[in-house]
Design a protein around this ligand. Structure first.
Ligand code: LHQ
Length: 258
């Protein structure tokens, strides 16, 4: 099994599972991952996801042994398998936490950056490894990097392909937090568990608003926020959130997304 899926209370853990190759990606694995995202989204009891890697690496990007004899057109065609994965991740209606347990290189780094909240072990690093082997960043790297760390850092990271330690990644805003290695999974599980008890519909709408802001004017964004607020205000979660505040008690949001 190239990926493992485990059910927890309110969320699922997806583990990239080719540890002997630092979880390097194959087209088959990308399809399995895309399917697992769809299955999680289709389950109303699943209100968050946690993505991590087995063994000492998070993901070393494309499995280079699998493309050793590939023609240029086949290399480009491979992205037809990876792009749906990145699109699905970004469009997911439930939040996804990424626990980067070790090196995240090439497409593996950008897979992590496509997630909503990225935690990394202090010993982990992020490498836009592509130019080292004569390729260009893919899987959204050239879109995520400048938006997360600014143009100057994005250029150096993409062109120099040097590893960025987790703590610097957090300082630069590439990721949410770097934590002690032994705290990574406990923290990530706590976070996913917490997301599974939040107002799931409001989280989904918040993600949509933030994504739209990447290309919207302020005018358009203000209109979108008004429209999304109208939707959120109709939810049972809002009724509960407001009532709980007024009653001075913690809210209990719906157990499912439906
Ligand atoms: C690997 C890999 C790997 C296979 C480590 N493949 N075996 C491109 C083309 C087409 C479409 C889709 O998208 C892409 C995008 C891409 O992702 S291109 C970029 C691909 N990734 C890389 O260039 C990174 C290659 N790996 C490395 O530079 C190093 O392995 C890193 C820096 C990730 C980790 O270094 P170390 O911690 O020193 O580990 P290692 O190099 O000793 O790796 C451990 C094993 O994993 C080793 O196998 P072995 O049999 O010797 O124990 C590696 O060969 C294998 N491995 N990455 N991508």
């Amino acid at each position: 099994m190239t990926i493992l899926v485990e059910n927890r209370a309110g969320y699922r853990v997806i583990t990239l599972n080719r540890p002997e190759r630092l979880n390097a990606l194959t087209a088959k694995m990308a399809s399995a991952l895309t399917e697992a995202l769809g299955a999680a989204e289709a389950d109303p009891e699943c209100r968050a996801l946690l993505l991590t890697g087995a063994g000492r690496g998070f993901c070393a990007g494309q499995d280079l042994t699998a493309i050793a004899d590939a023609r240029p057109a086949e290399i480009a065609a491979l992205l037809e398998q990876y792009n749906p994965l990145i699109r699905r991740l970004r469009a997911l209606s439930i939040p996804i936490v990424c626990a980067v347990n070790g090196v995240a290189a090439g497409a593996g780094a950008n897979l992590a950056l496509a997630c909503d909240i990225v935690l990394a072990a202090r010993s982990a690093s992020f490498v836009q490894a592509f130019t080292r082997i004569g390729l260009v960043p893919d899987c959204g790297g050239t879109w995520f990097l400048p938006r997360l760390v600014g143009a100057a850092r994005a250029r150096a990271l993409a062109i120099l392909a040097e590893p960025l330690p987790a703590e610097t990644a957090a300082e630069w805003g590439l990721i949410w937090q770097a934590v002690a290695d032994e705290e990574l999974m406990p923290n990530a599980e706590t976070l996913a568990g917490r997301l599974a008890t939040q107002a799931t519909a409001a989280v989904a709408l918040t993600k949509r608003a933030l994504d739209a802001s990447e290309s919207n004017t302020l005018d358009a964004q203000l209109d979108l926020e008004r429209d999304l607020q109208a939707k959120a205000a109709q939810s049972l979660d809002f009724a509960e959130g407001l009532r709980a505040f007024l009653d001075k008690r913690p809210p209990v949001f719906g157990k499912t997304r439906s």
